[in-house]
Design a protein around this ligand. Sequence first.
Ligand code: BGC
Length: 472
Amino acid sequence: MIASPPHSSVPDGTFPPGFLWGAATSAYQVEGSPLADGAGPSIWHRFARTPGRIAAGDTGDVACGHYERVPQDIALMQSLGLTAYRFSLAWARVLPEGRGRVNEAGLAFYERLVDGLLAAGIEPTPTLYHWDLPAALDDRGGWCNPDIAEAFGEYADVVVRRLGDRVRRWTTINEPWVVTDGGYLHGTLAPGHRSAFEAAIAAHHLLRAHGRAVQACRAAGAREVGLVVNIEPKYPASASAADQAATRRAHAYMNRQFLDPVLLGRYPTALQEVFGPAWPGAWPQADMDLIRQPLDFIGLNYYTRSVVRHDESAWPVRAAAVRQTRATVTETGWEVFPQGLVDTLVWLRDRYGPMPLYVTENGAAFYDPPVAGAAGVDDPLRVDYLRQHLAALAQAIARGVDLRGYFAWSLFDNLEWALGFAKRFGIVHVDFDTLQRTPKASARFYADFIARQRVAAVQPPTRAAMAAAGAD
Ligand code: BGC
């Protein structure tokens, strides 16, 4: 029998009314049926068919079968008390060739999802791009082709015109850094290129595409538009000048490369040191103006930190991560470091100024024991991870961060990109043979946490609390 997960130490009432309590997924990782109903292939559909690219030859052909199970998956979210669901739209379902012809059936799928969520009292929180570029656009240079900005704007226009009356909050791109680092620099993710020259150019056009999409979303009536970034705080391994400089480079490359242009209108100068001759230097001011569109929020995906030392052989940043031997480390080799979430939220506020923030992803892959009948899955390490990171949110709020919501990654075990199905991040277990869903202990812990916080948020303050605030 699995013990009931212990409660969190976060005091009830820490989070304001209306705080979003969600879980997140992305299209290619959960939907399955990638070519159904007239959809076009994406770069991930192709990548998965290239031998050796995804562990064990896994593909997103079936994944969690979410495409065919939306009503039951919404009922599951409702049973957990989620108030928001973050998902992405597959561009090639809506525009099979990336531009031009709209596939009505693809759009209708997302319309059913949005309507179903709203009927269940769950706020739909869509992302327009979570890494699955239409293959037809990759054939024309993908993110290295400057025309991609216009194409992304057209796609945003089609989607927001259809759903903007029901969706409040839009995200343009999920983790542009991963798109370029994994897809164009190291080649571990689709489309699998390995070139510093391409990575720098793709980064710029991703940013232009983001700017163009913000304009298109607003023109089509979107109420709120934002960007989601992954930030991994960098701490120097020693006080040596070399380690400090390596930390500065790593921080500029991973954490500031996209946010500085979007929010401050300029690239960090340290990128020149990172990219060397591959850095294109000054871009036209008109591009920088396009990139710096006013935003309504930033979404932060936080998983871990990195302790950095200088390493000349670590191309191209010349910085390596030092493994922390005394820390808990997840199945993807990431140190569990909740303080980094506090530090990052405070850093975002201090560097870029006060603005609404959401934690749009946070979670961990751990080895899970098999489903134990009705008792479910006992995942104490994930429960602990969630508990500690939820406590970190409370600390950030206490330090004045304008935090508006939290999304656990992920609602389901799913296709962990090039690592395949073996790395399980879900709070809900998925049996990939039967597609049976089973909430893990972490889902029950999170559901209980949400329920308590929501009750506390709407309760009138007690006399004692009012007296303490001087209102008696
Ligand atoms: C991505 C997810 C991914 C998760 C865990 C994030 O970088 O947005 O798609 O599954 O991290 O690796």
